[in-house]
Design a protein around this ligand. Sequence first.
Ligand code: ADP
Length: 350
Amino acid sequence: RQSSSDRISHMAIDIGGSLIKLVYFSRSSGGSGGGGGSRRGGADGERNEAICDGRLHFARFETSKIDVCLEFIKSKLQLGGSDSNGESKSSSRYKSVIKATGGGAYKFTDLFKEKLGISLDKEDEMDCLVSGANFLLKAVHQEAFTCLNGQKEFVRIDHSDLYPYLLVNIGSGVSMIKVDGDGVFERVSGTSVGGGTFWGMGKLLTKCSSFDDLLEMSHKGNNRVIDMLVGDIYGGTDYAKVGLTSTTIASSFGKAISDQKELADYKSEDLARSLLRMISNNIGQISYLNALRFGLKRIFFGGFFIRGHEYTMDTIAVAVDYWSKGEAKAMFLQHEGFLGVLGAFMTYEK
Ligand code: ADP
């Protein structure tokens, strides 16, 4: 719970298919800002950063547990609830209207009004994603990094040479956006095989208890148990003529065809690993093809699917590197899943 001397102003929310992202600004007159990375009041991954005489707070919740999020907002804004007309008892505008983006801003409009007396001031999802990404890439030192063989390396972004780039946001689904400048962009592609697919199929295939559990399992697993490799088809050798090594995945989950095994005979860790590999590879490959289509050399990956997970980033980066023969670069963002909500937050400036 925040100190009573904290004054919260300006809150923005991004309600996605899987997760709700929240950003709010607080000014502390008592100096009790609190450290980053803590977990309080039902929010996952809550953290904050010092900015302009105050702190910018980041929090996320599962969309299916929206009630937890509503309670969190209620306590943070110290709302007393709403009267019978659904009007907030608070006279302050920042407590009665908040900037909102993502599909859930439409889906849950009435719920916010009824439960909190708050109106959601809607901002376009793609506009927010792009302005959030542009802001982070220009304003935040050490925002973008490459990740190859587990080595994370921050990239210096030259502001005058940022555009054009491909922004790939891996949320529940995946959007691929060609960005040419501030507010100048086009959604050029996307795929429904994204983070929601990993989580949904992972839930069905394994005994995971949460997303973090599924990620952790994928970390320990071995995909070669289930994936059919080039070597499995060629009797252990490479298919050198077309540049395929024996360890290249020829067919994700393909070994399950000939293995005389039931689902329960496979280890959850191995299933999670194959699934993560399949989805990450596929996204890396489609991203590269779109970068090629428009002659883009840089691809920035955002969205909460990544979760700073080295193996995911490595798979995506290797796919981009492999298919582009080293021409295109995959880069990742420190604030990965918060692009959209940051963009919504920034519309307060307008
Ligand atoms: P959306 O706006 O579509 O919800 P996000 O960028 O928030 O997209 O990413 C959602 C995806 O992130 C999920 O589908 C899942 O793959 C992944 N994810 C990361 N952390 C979590 C978590 N704690 N709970 C659920 N999904 C998570």
